[in-house]
Design a protein around this ligand. Structure first.
Ligand code: HSE
Length: 401
């Protein structure tokens, strides 16, 4: 019997209790022994809740209990989660977490601390919700040289983009539904401005490079500038608009970014809809492998946390090693990346646009008038920005994949 504690009884924390209650027999079968939830730490009380009797308000009750082997930190945010995780590892308890913000900011040092104390630090649920992508990268395909990772990493924004596209729904009302369903962050700006996807990209990029890619070094754009007209043009081009996180090795350089892309119909990422996430990882021997599943929500995310608990129990007495070193990675400036862009300018700027982008291909869309839209030739981000500045009258642009 292994005893665990959950820190934070919100969406994911209560999900962990629910998964253990519902799938207790399967969890025991997988771990080789029963897993008991001994404590829940939260500031609140939960009268009437099935687990109200195990709710505690003092972290030391958990840290000082030698029976507790694993701590699931599902509070989110940097503090007090960071302090609690460090204390848990120093007390010889393994930690697993869904806290992408904390893993992106301090993951490598927490892995180091876990190693020093011969326990483990796992964070499967921090990327892709319930999708077992990190364990696979760290284990099944760790022998590959990973060349690129591209993914839809935020369930809330994919849900919003899908509803705007398929049902012509309005941004704010769809965001509200995503919040009600437990997909969105407490501060939804983290979703819609791309910060959440940026943290997840930083974690993937760190594991891909085996070094520490800081989220501050990742160029990030969200989805707030995407309009209904953009979807009309995307349809006309046979493309879908998706917020992508990407990391890529090219000519010995390492690129990482988060931004909306118009994705071609031949790319499977274009068909990933709703709260689903998908991550395409390219290994030098393996080629492409695609991970797909629910990227947010209580049960799916909690299932990934429980998978970490099981892994830890199966490796009791050992540190589970991560290809994630506390060595700063060199991320190339986004300016040097090259690609095509879809651009919309005021109709009056058509001639100027054709002068700046001589290879431009015009795009039309039903019901959209008074503007000139086009797709550029392949061009560097830097050159594109310079031309755009000279042009003026720009209504918007989206990168092509
Ligand atoms: N807000 C996040 C999302 C939750 O929508 O993907 C899962 O990390």
């Amino acid at each position: 019997m292994a005893k665990i504690a959950v820190l934070g009884y919100g969406t994911v924390g209560s999900g962990v209790a629910y998964v253990l209650d519902t799938n207790g027999a399967q969890v025991a079968d997988s771990a080789g022994e029963d897993i008991e939830l001994k404590y829940i730490l939260d500031l609140r009380d939960f009268p009437g809740d099935k687990h109200e009797s195990i709710v505690v308000h003092d972290i030391d009750v958990i840290l000082n209990d030698p029976e507790v082997e694993v701590i699931c930190e599902t509070m989110g945010g940097i503090e007090p989660a960071f302090t609690f995780e460090k204390k848990a590892l120093e007390a010889g308890k393994s930690v697993c977490t869904s806290n992408k913000e904390l893993v992106a900011a301090h993951g490598p040092e927490l892995v180091e601390l876990a190693k020093k104390n011969n326990v483990s630090y796992l964070f499967e649920a921090s990327v892709g919700g319930g999708i077992p992508v990190l364990r696979s990268m760290n284990d099944s395909i760790r022998h590959e040289r990973l060349d690129s990772i591209r993914g839809i990493l935020n369930g809330t924004t994919n849900y919003i983009l899908t509803k705007m596209d398929k049902e012509k729904a309005d941004f704010d009302s769809v965001l509200k539904v995503a919040q009600e369903k437990g997909y969105a962050e407490r501060n939804p700006e983290a979703d819609i401005e791309g910060h959440d996807a940026c943290r997840k990209t930083a974690i993937l990029a760190s594991i891909m490079s085996g070094q520490f890619v800081k989220h501050e070094d990742i160029y990030t754009e969200g989805i707030t500038k995407i309009s209904s007209e953009d979807f009309e043009y995307a349809r006309s081009l046979g493309r879908a608009i998706k917020l992508l996180g990407s990391c890529e090795r090219k000519n010995g350089k390492f690129f990482a970014m988060v931004a909306p892309f118009m994705v071609g119909a031949d790319n499977p990422l274009s068909t990933v809809n709703g709260v689903f996430n998908a991550i395409d990882v390219h290994g030098n021997m393996l080629g492409d492998v695609m991970y797909y599943g629910k990227g947010a929500g209580k049960e799916a995310t909690a299932s990934a946390v429980v998978a970490d608990v099981i892994d830890i129990v199966k490796h009791r007495g050992k540190h589970i090693d991560w290809n994630l070193r506390n060595v700063p990675a060199q991320v190339e400036s986004n300016e040097n990346a090259e690609r095509q862009f879809f651009v919309r300018v005021d109709a009056s700027a058509k001639d100027a646009a054709l002068a700046q982008f001589p290879g431009a291909q015009e795009v039309t869309a039903s019901g959209v008038s008074g503007e000139f839209a086009f797709v550029t030739e392949v061009i560097s981000e830097k050159a594109f920005e310079e031309k755009l500045t000279l042009l003026g009258n720009v209504k918007g642009y989206i990168r092509l994949l």
